[in-house]
Structure formats: C-alpha cells, structure tokens
Design a protein around this ligand. Structure first.
Ligand code: NAD
Length: 285
C-alpha cells in the first residue's frame, strides 16, 4: 500500500481563498480585521514564524501589526503593550509568539490577553470553554489537524484515535477535539509504557511529540490515517517531522508530509480565528 498524501498546502490554499468573502463582508460593515503579533527576543525560528503569520494575514486583507521587544525586555513592558492592544478597537486578535525568554511567566502573559482577542486559544477561559464542549477560540494547530481530516473525509465517529503528546498547545486540545467528534481517544506521552502497543491500535494517529522520525512503519496499523505535527530542521536545513514519512507511507492509507502538511493549516486557522474574532465583534458571526 502507498498512502495518499494529506496535502496541507493545497487544503490551506482552498480555505484561504474562501476567507476572501468574509473579509469583503467585514469591509462592507466598515471593519478591517486586525491581528497584533508580539515577539520578544531574537530566536530565529520565532522570527520566521512571525514573518510567515504577518505575510499570510496581509495576503488576505487582515491588518497585521508586529510589536518586537528585546530579549531582556521587562515583562511589565510587554504586559503594558498587551493592555493597550486589549483596549484598541482596531485590534481583533492578539498573539504572543512562544517561547518567551526564561524571565517571563508565559501563562501570566497569556492570561492578560483579553479572552475575546485570544486567537491562539491559550487563555484559561478559552481552554475551559473547549473542555466543556462549547469552544470559542480553538488552538490553531489542533484545529488545523481536524480541518485537514474533515477535508479528506476521514470518519472519526467510533474510531480509535491515538494522540502522541500532551502539551497544552497541541496534544491536549487535539484529544478534546477528537473526543467531541466521537472518536475513542488515547493520549500517550513521554512516560507511556510501550508506546507502539497504543499507536498500533490507532485508526487515526496524531503525533506531536517533538522527536524527529520517532514513529516508524512497525508502529502503525495497516490503513491508518497518520498526521504528523512535528517539525524539525535536520542536517543541511532539511525539514522532517515526528514520523518516518517514507517508511510509514507504505503502511498508512493517508499521511501528512513535513513540510506541506500541518504547518500551512496552522497558519490558516490563525487567519480563521482572527476573522471569527472580527465577525463576533461586528456581530456578523
Ligand atoms: P512539547 O515539547 O510541548 O510536548 C511534547 C509532548 O510529547 C509532551 O507531552 C511529551 O510528554 C510527549 N513526548 C515526548 N517524547 C515522547 C516519547 N518518546 N513518546 C511519547 N511521547 C513523548 O511540544 P509541542 O509544543 O506539543 O510540539 C510538538 C511538536 O510539534 C514539535 O516538534 C513542534 O515543533 C511541533 N509543532 C508544530 C506546529 C505546526 O504548526 N506544524 C505547531 C506546534 C508545534
């Protein structure tokens, strides 16, 4: 068997094309959606992520303002800026690029963002709303994975879904989204004994462990749908994921590549969340 590819680039292009009419509808109501992106420090990967987010916004007509702080900025400076952005009616979404420098308390910073502008979905109000099954802002990566599965017509009801990773930004919300869609969900993590016995049961396997090519062909069930969230820059700058793509595509039925899989979907969901925020404020949603 050779798996079909879950082409995140093509799916993202289609979804973004569909956003144009939402931007036009907002414009007709006198609203230009706006996203504020805060970057602290000079981590090169974060700089690339922020640049990509800003460009993606501008390409569909979302205004995007970048606020850059030095690596040794005082937390109060950043908190003050967030306070000002919370009060600014032109700003519909606020995003703080993670990770923050060590002297910041990340959760404290995330809680200061107004929950109605929290387009990353990390504020505890939004985390709670998702866990209660009445989501407002869903974190972009798991939302993107679900959109990908939907676009490919993957049935989730009654299926065995296994999520590898239990982070607040990917694994936990992913498990909640899959549960809400009636999959039977197992969450694995760094202390899971015999990971492969779990992954081999999965009809749908989502891997977000942050370990290059950790999931190999012998760990997946024939015909499984495999979504690889991981992203790593290897030797010579080549990107790879948490899944051994070449090996696993001979066993799976559908598999997402890295690059060109979850990454473009994540940014697309950020655009979607920002439009949701603007529509809600304009009472168009
Ligand atoms: P994280 O480090 O916060 O969490 C990793 C999780 O994996 C932890 O819960 C840990 O318990 C688990 N884990 C680690 N080693 C394991 C092992 N050997 N077996 C089973 N579980 C194990 O990472 P994260 O923020 O959730 O990100 C995971 C990966 O996804 C990273 O590679 C990250 O770069 C990538 N990522 C990609 C996107 C995207 O848009 N494509 C977005 C977010 C994160």
């Amino acid at each position: 068997m050779t798996a079909a590819r879950l082409d995140g680039t093509a799916m993202a292009r289609e979804l973004r094309a569909g956003f144009a009419s939402r931007v036009e509808r907002l414009a007709a109501a006198g609203v230009r959606p706006g996203l504020a992106v805060i970057l602290v420090g000079d981590d090169p990967a974060s700089q690339v992520y922020v640049r990509n987010k800003v460009q993606a916004c501008e390409a569909i007509g979302i205004r995007s303002d970048r606020f850059v702080f030095a690596a040794d900025a005082a937390p109060a400076e950043v908190l003050d800026r967030i306070g000002a952005l919370n009060a600014d009616p032109q700003v519909h979404g606020i995003l703080v690029q993670l990770p923050l420098p060590k002297h910041f308390d990340e959760q404290q910073v995330l809680e200061v963002i107004g929950a109605e502008k929290d387009v990353d979905g990390f504020h505890r109000d939004n985390v709670g709303a998702l866990s209660q099954g009445r989501p407002r802002f869903v974190p972009c990566t798991p939302r993107g994975v679900l959109a990908m599965l939907d676009a490919a017509g993957v049935e989730l009801r009654g299926k065995e879904a296994v999520v590898v990773g239990r982070s607040n930004i990917v694994g936990k919300p992913m498990a909640q989204l899959l549960t809400a869609r009636d999959a039977t969900v197992t969450v694995c993590h760094s202390r899971t004994a015999d990971l492969a016995t779990h992954t081999r049961r999965a009809d749908v396997l989502v891997v977000a462990a942050g370990r290059p090519r950790m999931v190999t062909a012998d760990m997946i069930k024939p015909g499984a749908v495999v979504v690889d969230v991981g992203i790593h820059r290897g030797a010579e700058g080549r990107l790879c994921g948490d899944v051994d793509y070449d090996g696993c595509r001979t066993v799976a039925s559908l598999i997402s590549p890295v690059p060109g899989g979850v990454g473009p979907m994540t940014i697309t969901m950020l655009l979607g969340n920002t439009l949701d925020a603007a529509e809600r404020r304009a009472a168009l949603g």
